[in-house]
Write a new protein. Structure first.
Length: 263
């Protein structure tokens, strides 16, 4: 891929950090609560075929924390403004966990600039009676271990996150996440009734061993989004793109290729 660029972009007065690289149809990646860092190792692979855009949400990482940021729908509307400002068309939108929630809220509002939607272990809905791990009730190590099926992957992540230069960023991300999803915990009670409005091809990617949003959540999303395709990755927790990166990229590329062939 061409070298990706690290830039600051001002959208209606809010400055966000953004990485962009590659060529092809735009692929917009919306990160989860842990920040954009988990997507960066896969930019090189994806950018061989796509114009990959990885912003840091307002309130996260090196981006501003604007006064108007109160809810996940605020971020969905912000990204609609970003799509308009960059005049992006035929966008393949991918969101993980909290980023999946943002992506779903965005797509339920307006798909005019989207070609497809991929939700990876997405937050945003609630399924009664399904046991979940509550990350706010876990210590730092437990929270990271809950993300993974393979404890060795958790060890690697814990080593990475323990770097002193990440302390402030991790605290900022956790603080913003708590503000956005504390109550109701991790979902929007109004989102499910509007997901039928999503009228672009949709892919749901789930880890078979996800403890934060178990497979029952994947099945619930599939019922709520018309014609959504579901793929489940075995031996995988809440971070498919980190724990099973080759399988994840292959599933995403197969979905996008099939969608284009059918167009």
């Amino acid at each position: 891929m061409a070298e990706h660029t690290n830039t600051k972009l001002a959208v209606h007065g809010c400055n966000i950090a953004m990485r962009r690289g590659g060529a092809g149809r735009p692929l917009l990646l919306l990160h989860g609560a842990g920040g954009a860092g988990s997507w960066l190792p896969y930019m090189a692979d994806l950018a061989a075929r796509h114009d990959v855009i990885v912003p840091e949400h307002p309130g996260f990482g090196a981006s501003d924390t604007p006064d108007w940021l109160d809810t996940i729908p605020d971020l969905a509307n912000f990204y609609l403004d970003l799509l308009d400002q960059l005049d992006l068309k035929n966008v393949d939108l991918v969101g993980h966990s909290l980023g999946g929630w943002i992506a779903a809220e965005l797509a339920a509002r307006n798909t005019s600039r989207l070609a497809s939607l991929t939700l990876v272990a997405a937050a945003g809905i609630h399924v009664k009676g399904v046991a979940q791990v509550d990350s706010f009730l876990r210590n730092d190590e437990q929270r990271v271990r809950d993300f993974f099926h393979d404890p060795r992957r958790a060890d690697e992540m814990l080593k990475h996150l323990s770097r002193p230069e990440l302390e402030d960023v991790n605290l900022k991300n956790r603080t913003t996440t708590a503000k956005l999803i504390w109550q109701p915990r991790g979902y929007d009670p109004h989102l499910a009734k509007w997901l039928h409005r999503i009228d672009v091809p949709a892919l749901l990617v789930w880890g078979a061993n996800d403890r934060l949003y178990p497979q029952d959540y994947a099945l619930a999303w599939k019922k709520l989004i018309p014609a959504a395709e579901l793929v489940v990755i075995p031996e995988c927790g809440h971070l498919p793109h980190v724990e099973q990166p080759q399988a994840f990229v292959a599933m995403l590329e197969n979905f996008l290729a099939g969608m284009r062939a059918a167009a």
